[in-house]
Design a protein around this ligand. Structure first.
Ligand code: SF4
Ligand code: SF4
Length: 335
């Protein structure tokens, strides 16, 4: 356990400023994320050095398709989340606190970095599985040490974070995989217990910083699958973040508190077509499909990266990530 950052004291309570919930927490109580607790007037980050999973994963699993394609990344997760998505695929770790999950184990920041450097093919560390915003202090300490070892840092996030910690994270993060769950405040409120605007601000801040980022949109049957709303979201992405923004359209399957049927392939294919009219790099995830897997040069249409499941083959890029056929810049980060 460690004293948290980003809080103030208010008459014996503490106010956490890590995410837009800005929870006011009484003594012996926790915030909405269940992992930040007022202990005797101090805000404690209970997830400090507490992990639920450590795995070497393909970077494509985060998903990041334009950041060191085909490479491995050491992935670390803990417990808790500041959102309560009814479709959460990781609810067993995201909707619990440290004393509600029996498989947590203690590991120091140094040990995590040592594991990450133990495999020479590994490019860095991803903070993922549950929402890393809620274990910000632990993530920041690992990331700073990882950076000093020339490892890359990747944050897989819902984007519901306050501007100050987000700005601080830009100092040590190299890339972000951000969920944009819908383009509708009602959806965010009813289905995730949060709101949309801070997520849009997060995306704009990351874009402005020049750091790499990719967006994932999970399309849920009868919930956020209105084509007009989707088109509005795509227009916003193209205008505010640029047509070169990488978008992963992901298939939903019933889980946790959502029982709507799996997203029909026809919907995903339609959304793929709609997004591809405005954005250069659109992919389909959670789906066996020939469409939306490979990367094609937006300029000359040559296939430059071929993907089969998590098997990634760079087929048409030169050493600096340009299209071999027409020299168009496609990937800024590759080995
Ligand atoms: S990080 Fe947790 S405690 Fe802090 S404001 Fe967000 S939900 Fe509340
Ligand atoms: S933000 Fe992610 S981890 Fe958190 S509840 Fe939603 S889907 Fe689960």
């Amino acid at each position: 356990m460690k004293e948290a950052s980003y809080y103030t004291r208010e008459n014996g309570k503490v106010r956490c400023f890590l995410c837009p919930h800005n929870c006011l927490i009484a003594v012996d109580k926790r915030g909405i994320c269940r992992v930040r607790k007022n202990v005797g007037g101090k805000l404690i980050a209970e997830t400090w050095e507490q992990v639920c999973s450590l795995h070497f994963d393909p970077i494509e699993k985060k998903p990041l398709y334009h950041f060191y394609p085909g490479q491995t990344i050491f992935s670390v997760g803990s417990v808790g989340c500041n959102l309560h998505c009814k479709f959460c695929q990781n609810c067993e770790i995201s909707q619990v606190g440290v004393d509600e999950y029996p498989f947590l184990h203690t590991i120091s920041t140094e040990e995590i970095v040592n594991k990450a450097v133990s495999i020479k093919e590994n490019i860095g560390i991803a903070y993922t599985y549950n929402e890393p915003t809620v274990w910000f202090e632990f993530m920041a300490e690992i990331a700073k040490q990882a950076k000093s070892q020339n490892l890359k840092n990747v944050m897989v996030t819902n984007g519901f974070i306050n501007p100050e910690p987000l700005e601080d994270s830009l100092e040590f993060m190299d890339a972000y995989s951000v969920d944009l769950k819908a383009f509708d405040e009602n959806f965010y409120k009813k289905i995730t217990s949060s709101w949309l605007q801070p997520v849009l601000e997060t995306l704009k801040t990351i874009k402005k910083s020049g750091k790499h980022f990719e967006i994932t949109n999970l399309v849920i049957t009868n919930t956020n699958d209105d084509p007009d709303e989707f088109k509005e979201m795509i227009d916003w992405i193209a205008e505010e973040l640029g047509k070169d923004t990488v978008l992963h359209i992901s298939r939903y399957h019933p889980t946790y508190k959502m029982s709507e049927p799996s997203t029909p392939e026809t919907t995903l294919n339609l959304f793929f077509e709609l997004a591809s009219k405005k954005l250069d790099y659109v992919y389909l995830g959670n789906l066996h499909s020939l469409q939306g897997q490979n990367t094609y040069c937006p300029n000359c249409k040559t296939e430059v990266i071929k993907r089969t499941g998590y098997l990634t083959e760079v087929t048409g890029l030169d050493k600096v990530g340009n299209c071999e056929s027409c020299q168009y810049k496609i990937i800024k980060y590759r080995i």
